[in-house]
Design a protein around this ligand. Sequence first.
Ligand code: ZN
Length: 297
Amino acid sequence: MTDAAAGQTTYETDEPVLYRVADGVAWISMNRPQFNNAQNSQMTYALDDAFRMAVEDDAVKVIVLMGEGKHFSAGHDIGTPGRDVQTSFPRRLLWADHVNKPGAEFLYTREQEVYLGMCRRWRDVQKPTIAMVQGACIAGGLMLAWVCDLIVASDDAFFQDPVVRMGFPGVEYSAHAFELPPRVAKEFLLLGERMSAERAERFGMVNKMVPRGELEATVRAMAAKLVAQPALGMWLTKQAVNHVEDLRGKRSSMDAVFHMHHFAHAQNLLVTGNTLAGQDGRSMASANRSAAEPRQA
Ligand code: ZN
């Protein structure tokens, strides 16, 4: 099955993202818990709407990005009934629509917008952002945690990018070697194993790890401290650090890896007739489970 020939999309909700504001904090929550917050385009565009609301509301000083249910996000939607890669959405960046594009141009056009483009937009919003991560944070889930300025994780959280199994050098937003020391990034990608929140905290990928029951209170307290800081000062501060990352090559290396990722999509299409090398959510989840150390789900 090619992506263009994928079956009918059935959305299980018209509210894939929840949004509320309290005490100067916008809480943006992925809301597909029955699919472990797998990200379809419906959710991605709703996330973009939520970020826009938070940015435009002067009463909001801080943004928290979280997920409903047991897991932060199991990644991009590669197999739920709501998978909608062949659906058109009004673009947010100045790209043409992808749905009528042939061959490798289909996903190349789509992912410029929904993955690389959107993630860069969210990373650069002018207000500080905190990712609140519990349970699984896999592949596309990493991208959402990584675009945030701060990451607070519970002790049951784990991080994983197992897409080398599909022939990819990681997901579309290639921050791995900026989030982790290069040798650890290679291990993370080559073995595709789970990294515990505890280990991620040791490398500075996670700011703070707390018991599961204290996660929300910890994030709330951190957000309240940020609310007390001056808005412009925080904007300049995050820009200052993002600028250093970009001078270290983050933006240009992401561009380079994005093209490697799409070479792999095209190779998959040529060799297997499927841009994901025939993998879907179910086959990846079962391989991920067998690759993981034994743990209670
Ligand atoms: Zn891709």
